[in-house]
Design a protein around this ligand. Sequence first.
Ligand code: GDP
Ligand code: IMO
Ligand code: MG
Length: 428
Amino acid sequence: MSTKVDVLLGLQWGDEGKGKIVDVLTPHYDVIARFQGGPNAGHTLEFNNIKHVLHTIPSGIFHPDKKNVVGNGVVIDPVIFKKEIDALEKMGVDVNKHLYISRKAHLILPTHCVLDGASEADKGKKKIGSTLKGIGPTYMDKTGRNGLRVGDLFADDFEEKYTQLKNKHKKILEQYDFEYDITEKEEAWYAGVEKLKTLNVIDSEHFLNAELRNGRNILAEGAQGSLLDIDFGSYPFVTSSNTIAAGACTGLGIAPNRIGEVIGIFKAYCTRVGSGPFPTELLDEVGERMRQEGHEFGATTGRPRRCGWLDIPALKYTIMINGVTQLIMTKADVLAIFDTIKVCTHYELDGEKIDYLPYDAALRDIKPIYKDMPGWKTDLTGLSREDEFPEALSAYIHYLENELVTPITIVSLGPDRTQTILRKAVTA
Ligand code: GDP
Ligand code: IMO
Ligand code: MG
């Protein structure tokens, strides 16, 4: 019997709680696979008093009997990858046993990170707010057909290919007034490369399709969020990959008719790191309280996250683009501090009421139109069943399900694995 691939992805600007939920859902699957992005991602898992942040490695890695695949659509920085593996091994995780890496995944070179920094510095105030992990320049080399891939590490001419690409980058860097020194990073990079070569490097598209043929279940783990998608996000304030469900097909070699559930995660409010339009952003004390209460500081860069109320037009858009079949809401516990909770139902643009983000959102004065809802003012973090939910929380959930025409199957009420309420079955 052939099975399907479920896709779990963020519906906002990232950091929706994907890592936590993938870890919670892993027991239902045989394989967890990352399909895009790279170490710009920071996926936090908490269980048994352990807090751990993963960047490149799928969030199923703590379950000893599950396979974890880094797909062809991912970009890998050997320096960060080695650090991740070393940290996991220290915790007693037998990483090599169940971690598989696509031969076709592209490598982030030290000079890609320098190019990222130079490009951002050059943009000045118009910078994207990149994590500076070299993501943009690496995907540019991929689509420009200059990239280095994991499979190249085993070729006789690897050194030559590396030097050629590095020299190309050096030439580009001459056009910038940007000082850099990659000596140290390059040393760590080569050490990372040696580590990578000892891991299970595979043709992951064959591997994953064989798993499906053998009746195994796969969960594709998204990184970033749909509003950071290269095509459908708030361009140019986006990342450089397709973060939406379709990215799972190209990033894993899975045919579209093999996709099963599309599980969309959103926070009960919104956050964004980096620049770009954010209609419901709160620049006042309310936003600051949200940031403190929700510990909204980047898992990868430590930067404070911009905070704001939930944006329904944006969610409707990402649900449409992804074909979301079920929703997961996280961090409702954070909103317990507010008497009134606002939800953006529409925007106002030039005196007109609209329900979509315009093409040039970054340049327009978009005002959110809000609906007020009563707050629950109750600590939710210790609840274990839906029938314990305060009425105001149930009203919030039902309102959203109605507006979004999609069921909310899980409500997450804290960072720990156990703080997860299953409302409806997630898997068939
Ligand atoms: P990801 O990138 O989507 O995996 O999310 P991040 O790990 O970057 O950010 C989510 C943050 O919220 C992490 O610190 C999680 O531990 C935490 N978190 C996840 N779900 C919940 C929740 O329901 N409530 C609270 N309070 N924190 C949560
Ligand atoms: P996870 O998987 C939140 C943002 C950056 C910046 C823009 C481009 O943890 O949800 P890049 O480094 O890709 O060139 O940055 O995208 N960004 C994220 N924001 N969560 C992420 O990943 C992000 N990955 C990139 O802040 O605005
Ligand atoms: Mg994150």
